[in-house]
Design a protein around this ligand. Structure first.
Ligand code: CMP
Length: 144
């Protein structure tokens, strides 16, 4: 079965008008868009998404950040998309993310790092299930 990952444009990315730019980077790389929605996030839902980080000192601030405005939740598909998606996104800390990556080009603060991408195939499955309980659109391109 084809590999899928969960990608979320965080509130700062939406508010700064980076949605089209971020989608373009995944499309141009050759990945296929399978799910897309703009939504506000409830505090309890943000806590669930980041439950593995609940003991971290930045957890409360992270949850506050994610509920501060709408996010764009997406499912992207393609060969190696979990790992390559994280390469496109860049290192978690924008101070360390390379130019040419999304965070390298658009962020300076680890607490406002624009975008999230699943860190493994296992967490991608979990996150896609959490964010898209309704399932995703099934389609095949007719352009080839
Ligand atoms: P993300 O890829 O969404 O995964 C976990 C998030 O926690 C990360 O991006 C950052 O937004 C946030 N995060 C990780 N480390 C820190 C930190 N030291 N301070 C604040 N936020 C952090």
């Amino acid at each position: 079965e084809p590999e899928q990952t969960f990608i979320m444009i965080k509130p700062d990315g939406v508010q700064r008008g980076l949605v089209a730019e971020i989608i373009a980077r995944f499309e141009r790389k050759g990945f296929t868009l399978r799910g897309l929605k703009l939504q506000n996030v409830q505090q309890s839902f943000a806590e669930k998404h980041y439950e593995d980080l609940s003991s971290k000192p930045f957890f409360r601030g992270l949850v506050q950040y994610i509920v501060s405005g709408p996010v764009v939740a997406m499912v992207w598909e393609g060969k190696g998309v979990v790992s390559t998606g994280r390469t496109i996104i860049g290192a978690t800390n924008p101070a360390q993310s390379a130019p040419g990556t999304i965070r390298g080009d658009y962020a300076i603060d680890i607490g406002r790092n624009v975008i999230h991408g699943s860190d493994s195939v296992e967490s991608a499955k979990k996150e896609i299930h959490l964010w898209f309980p309704e399932g995703i659109v099934q389609w095949t391109s007719s352009l080839h």
